[in-house]
Design a protein around this ligand. Structure first.
Ligand code: UD1
Ligand code: MG
Length: 417
C-alpha cells in the first residue's frame, strides 16, 4: 500500500452533453461502466484512501462503487474545484499526495499515472499535471506556459482567446497535488469565468502566483487522454477499448479473424487456439474454452460457459447455458437456461423454449444426444444420453436415454433410438 497517496475520483458532473437520463459515468464501455475502469485503475495503485465524488443520481452510481471506496456527495454541481473541495472532506487527517482522476477519462493506463506520480514525488512539486499534445485540441483546457516554458495556468475552451486556442498542449484533467498546497489554493478559486463555475484548473494559476512548483508530464499515447463528454466520444472510446481487448486476446493465443467486426466484453476469458469469426458479439460474463470455433454472427450472452473443442456456428444466441466438450451447434439456434453435455450435435434451427410468459425453465441435453433440425424443446425438459429427436419435433416431455422422439407433440418411439 502507498500510505502517502490518496485519490479523488470526480464523477458528480451534470453530464449535460450526453443528453441521457443515465449518469454519464454509468454508460458502458465493452460491457463495463466508464466509472469502473477508473475505480479499477485507482485500486491498482494501492493508495491509502480512494474517495469518489458523486452528485447527480448518486443512488444509482453508488451501486457501481466497491465498499473500499469512500463516497462523498457534492450538493451543488458548481465545478471541478468544488468537487475536489468536497472530496477532501473524505481525506481528513491525510498528509501526502492527492491524485485527481476523472470518472469520464477511462482509457488512462496505470503506467502513465505511475509515471506522473513518480515525477511529482522526485521533483517535490506542489502540483504535477498530465498533459497531451493534440492536433485537434478543441474542447479541452489549454496549458499556458511562461517565457521560461514553466506552466503558469490553464485556459478553458470557453474562456480561451484566439491565441490560447492555437495551443495544442491540453490538460487531461489528471493531476497530482501536494495536499497542503492544494488546501492553501482551493479557497482562492473564484467562479469568474464564462460558465460561472469553480474550475480546478484555476488552481494552477493560483499556485504559480504563490511561487509554487508546477510540473507537467506528457502522456505518450494521446488516446489515453480522451475525456468522454458526448456519445460521439463514447463511441470512439468503445472502439479503442475494443481493440485493446482484442489485441490482448490475440497475444494470449486466440485467433480473431477480423478484430474490427468482433465485439468482446472486457474480462472475457477465451482459451488458446480458439477462433472467433467476424460479427460475433460476446457480452459480459462469458467463458470460452480451448480450441473452440465461434461464429460468424454468434451472440454469446451472460452466463454462457463454453467448454473445450466446441463449435458454435452462425446465427445463434446462447445465454445462461453450459455447453459441454466437443459439442456442435453450427447453425441458427437459441440455447438458454440449459445444460448441454459432451459430444452433443444440435441441428439447424433448434430452440430451447425457456420462457412460459412468466417464468424461465431449464433444458438438459445429455452426452452424445442428436437434436434434429428445428427441434423445439419446451422447458423444463430433459433429453437423455445418446437420444435423438426428429426434425421439426416439439419436445414437451423428457426423452429417456438412447430413445428417439418424433412429431408434434413428440412421442417416444418404442425401438431403441
Ligand atoms: C475538464 C477540465 C479541462 C480538461 C478536461 C479533460 C476543468 C474546469 N476543466 O473539462 O481543462 O481539458 O476536463 O477531460 O476542470 N465534475 C464534478 N462536479 C462538478 C463538475 C464536474 O464531479 O461540479 C466531474 C465530472 O463528472 C467529470 C469531471 O469532473 O468526471 C470533469 O468535468 P467535465 O464537466 O467533464 O469537464 P470538462 O469540460 O471535460
Ligand atoms: Mg469531461
Amino acid at each position: 500500500m502507498n500510505k502517502k497517496l490518496a485519490i479523488i475520483i470526480l464523477s458528480a458532473g451534470k453530464s449535460t452533453r450526453m443528453k441521457s437520463t443515465l449518469p454519464k459515468v454509468l454508460h458502458k464501455i465493452c460491457g463495463k461502466s466508464m466509472l469502473s475502469y477508473v475505480i479499477d485503475l485507482a485500486r491498482s495503485l494501492s493508495p491509502k484512501r480512494i474517495v469518489a465524488v458523486l452528485g447527480r443520481k448518486h443512488e444509482l452510481v453508488k451501486k457501481e462503487i466497491p465498499v473500499s471506496v469512500k463516497v462523498v456527495l457534492q450538493r451543488r454541481l458548481i465545478g471541478t474545484a468544488d468537487a475536489v473541495r468536497t472530496g477532501l472532506a473524505g481525506l481528513k487527517g491525510f498528509k501526502g499526495t492527492v491524485l485527481i482522476l476523472y470518472g469520464d477519462v477511462p482509457l488512462l493506463k496505470k503506467d502513465t499515472v505511475t509515471k506522473l506520480f513518480k515525477h511529482h514525488i522526485e521533483n517535490k512539486a506542489d502540483a504535477t499535471l498530465l498533459s497531451a499534445q493534440l492536433k485537434k485540441p478543441k474542447g479541452y483546457g489549454r496549458i499556458l506556459r511562461d517565457k521560461y516554458f514553466s506552466i503558469c495556468g490553464i485556459a478553458e475552451e470557453k474562456d480561451a482567446d484566439e491565441f490560447d486556442k492555437d495551443i495544442k498542449e491540453i490538460n487531461t484533467g489528471i493531476m497530482c497535488f501536494n495536499k497542503a498546497s492544494l488546501d492553501g489554493a482551493l479557497g482562492k478559486v473564484r467562479a469568474d469565468n464564462e460558465k460561472k463555475e469553480f474550475y480546478l484548473t484555476d488552481i494552477i494559476k493560483i499556485l504559480y502566483r504563490q511561487g509554487k512548483l508546477i510540473e507537467g508530464v506528457k502522456v505518450e499515447d494521446n488516446l489515453e487522454a480522451i475525456g468522454i463528454n458526448s456519445r460521439v466520444e463514447l463511441a470512439s472510446v468503445i472502439s479503442i477499448m475494443q481493440s485493446r481487448i482484442n489485441k490482448g486476446l490475440m497475444l494470449s493465443g486466440v485467433s480473431i479473424v477480423d478484430p474490427k467486426s468482433t465485439f468482446i466484453s472486457y474480462g472475457t476469458r477465451i482459451g488458446k487456439d480458439s477462433v472467433i469469426y467476424p460479427f460475433t458479439v460476446i457480452e459480459s460474463d462469458v467463458k470460452i474454452g480451448k480450441r473452440c470455433s465461434i461464429g460468424p454472427f454468434a451472440h454469446l450472452r451472460e452466463g454462457a460457459r463454453i467448454l473445450d473443442d466446441v463449435t458454435l456456428g452462425n446465427f445463434l444466441e446462447i445465454t445462461r447455458a453450459k455447453i459441454g466438450r466437443n459439442t456442435f451447434a453450427k447453425h441458427f439456434c437459441y440455447i438458454a437456461d440449459s445444460r448441454i453435455g459432451n459430444s452433443v450435435n444440435i441441428g439447424a434451427g433448434a430452440i430451447t423454449a425457456n420462457f412460459d410468459g412468466s417464468k424461465k425453465h431449464h433444458t438438459v441435453i445429455k452426452d452424445k444426444a442428436l437434436i434434429g433440425s428445428d427441434t423445439i424443446m419446451v422447458a423444463p425438459v430433459k433429453i437423455g444420453r445418446s437420444s435423438k429427436t426428429g426434425a421439426g419435433s416439439v419436445i414437451i416431455k423428457d426423452v429417456p436415454d438412447r430413445k428417439t422422439a418424433v412429431g408434434v407433440p413428440a412421442r417416444i418411439l418404442k425401438n431403441k433410438g
